[in-house]
Write a protein that binds this ligand. Structure first.
Ligand SMILES: Cc1cc2nc3c(=O)[nH]c(=O)nc-3n(C[C@H](O)[C@H](O)[C@H](O)COP(=O)(O)O)c2cc1C
Length: 171
């Protein structure tokens, strides 16, 4: 999800868009820049991203500014390599309710399942929630996902997982 702060700074973070019949929402936990930006600006873009590295970097830090692209007449920016994107206005409540404004599918492919990509994403989720695990349980989970990434991952998955371990200082 890409957002913009009230002083114009771009942000990206992985977020789960949930569909309930005909409504769309995101449950945002307190404390993220994304939630703050949405509270302040009431807009966001959902980007469909194929690159596991984008999840790793944006979950823990900032994507390079060159990754953000402005779509004519719309804020905030979308992501350069998104296969699809949708602009939403947001109603802020216990969850963020999304109303679509404009959407575009730039690229598609048959939905072949990738265990390697999925394992990177699961490991990033655990990484963002490490403080909720007992002792080194979270770290051990991440390393288990690592064995799947090694076995089934594409080179970009392996690179993204390596970056994740660097960020989290896991050997
Ligand atoms: C695949 C994935 C999905 C996520 N979904 C959510 C979500 O739905 N809601 C949420 O609050 N955080 C979610 N997170 C965690 C946020 O991405 C994480 O807290 C991030 O640091 C927020 O970044 P920000 O401060 O730049 O907004 C998700 C993480 C991953 C990897």
């Amino acid at each position: 999800v890409t957002t913009i702060s009230k002083d114009g700074k771009h942000n990206a973070a992985p977020m789960g868009v949930v569909r309930r019949d005909d409504s769309l929402l995101i449950r945002m936990f307190p404390g993220s820049k994304t939630l703050q930006n949405v509270r302040d600006t009431r807009v966001l873009v959902a980007n469909v991203m194929p690159d596991p590295m984008a999840y790793v970097i944006s979950a823990f830090g900032d994507l390079d500014e060159s990754m953000f692209v402005l779509e004519r007449g719309l804020i905030p920016p979308k992501l350069k390599d998104a296969w699809a994107w949708a602009y939403f206005t947001c109603a802020v409540g216990p969850s963020i309710k999304l109303t679509p404004v404009r959407a575009h599918v730039a690229r598609t492919k048959p939905p072949a399942y990738s265990r390697g990509f999925a394992a990177v994403i699961e490991a990033v989720i655990v990484g963002t929630r490490l403080r909720f695990y007992k002792d080194d349980e979270g770290t051990r989970k991440i390393l288990e996902y690592g064995t799947i990434v090694d076995k089934c991952g594409a080179p970009r998955d392996i690179e993204a997982f390596k970056k994740l371990k660097e960020i989290l200082k896991i050997d």
